[in-house]
Design a protein around this ligand. Structure first.
Ligand code: 5GP
Ligand code: MN
Length: 324
């Protein structure tokens, strides 16, 4: 075993996980491919070592997002209120403790909280912090952590890890794709990951109704001249009219960002409580992380999010920030 990524806590985290009989694992609320893939890889890997493992995220009920059925998260998932209180708590892909939602208290209550993440500006909320902002994904870190714990990365674990890497790198197109990322991806392919099948599951299995929603959202997209900003929104009534659900709408932001006339894309997605989850993407170098942090959210410099009450007011604020 060797310390990885120059992290002083790495070896201690490996020792803590190896010594634990049971581990509760949680990823962030509204989990994406990296959160789910990291969660399931850690769950399967630690189980392979004979530990009792429990997986959750802090939303009740924990609804599994669309397109990730092949991860079989339902086999592992415990609702947050039922998550056993274990000494060792592994938090995955959470830039801050509040990303744990209903499980935020576990970060401070557990005897040993391991905070594994790749968000810049992570506030090191764990007792042990494995934060590597240069990593493509949390899945990349989970793979090395599991290997250092003696886990054999089998095909099922490789599928989970691949999911995290391909979703967080946008299929290897973003700047977080490093030589190390591709080396790791090559290892995963070598383990038999069915990459085309997974791509088709993740990006090519939306219901026809999604195309109607896409039409609505693109039809009302607006370009904010002078700010390099394109935005659109999805209201609860759009979901009702088109017969779609919000977790099918994750890809809308990618359609918006495909224009050369804007380097920043923003989508507003209305939640059941009426508020909007805002997703931001930048083609670089301008940071959307700063915009999200200033509004109580967070994320990476080129992909970030926050929650807002009103679309037009928020766009006006972002426009002001971008043009000053
Ligand atoms: P997405 O737009 O895909 O929901 O999120 C993009 C990135 O921003 C992800 O890394 C996600 O974890 C992060 N993010 C999204 N919403 C929030 C938020 O409300 N708070 C924080 N801290 N990070 C967020
Ligand atoms: Mn991630």
């Amino acid at each position: 075993m060797r310390s990885r990524y120059g992290l002083s806590d790495w070896d201690a985290a490996v020792s803590a996980l190896c010594a634990a009989d049971e581990v509760a694992i949680a990823c962030h609320v509204n989990p994406d491919g990296d959160a789910l893939g990291s969660l399931m890889a850690a769950y399967l890997g630690l189980r392979q070592l004979g530990k009792r493992t429990f997986a959750s995220w802090g939303t009740t009920p924990a609804k599994i997002p669309y397109g990730y059925g092949f991860l079989h998260v339902e086999d592992a998932l415990t609702d947050p209120a039922a998550l056993p209180r274990t000494d060792t708590f592994l938090a995955l892909d959470c830039g801050a403790a509040d990303r744990l939602g209903e499980l935020e208290g576990r970060a401070s209550d557990s005897r040993c909280t391991i905070n594994l993440d790749h968000h810049p500006g992570n506030d090191n909320f764990g007792a042990l912090n494995l934060v590597v902002p240069t990593a493509s994904s949390s899945a990349e870190l989970v793979m090395r952590l599991l290997q250092d714990c003696g886990v054999e990365i089998d095909r099922a674990i490789a599928v989970c890890l691949w999911t995290g890497v391909v979703t967080d790198t946008g299929r290897f197109q973003y700047s977080n794709t490093s030589p190390e990322t591709l080396t790791l991806a090559a290892e995963l392919l070598g383990l038999g990951v069915p990459a085309p099948d997974l791509a088709s599951e993740i990006w090519g299995s939306l219901p026809f109704a999604y195309l109607r929603l896409l039409g609505v959202v693109l039809g009302r997209a607006r370009l904010v001249a002078g700010a390099g900003l394109v935005y659109s929104w999805v209201g609860l009534d759009d979901l009702e009219v088109t017969g779609t659900s919000l977790d099918e709408a994750e890809g809308l932001i990618d359609a918006l960002r495909s224009t050369r006339d804007a380097d920043i894309a923003v989508i507003f997605k209305q939640q059941d409580d009426g508020k909007f989850r805002v997703s931001l993407r930048s083609k670089g170098p301008r940071s959307v992380g700063a915009i999200a942090r200033a509004r109580g959210g967070g994320g990476h410099e080129l992909a970030a999010g926050f929650t807002a009450e009103d679309v037009e007011e928020t766009v006006e604020g972002i426009r002001r920030d971008l043009t000053r």
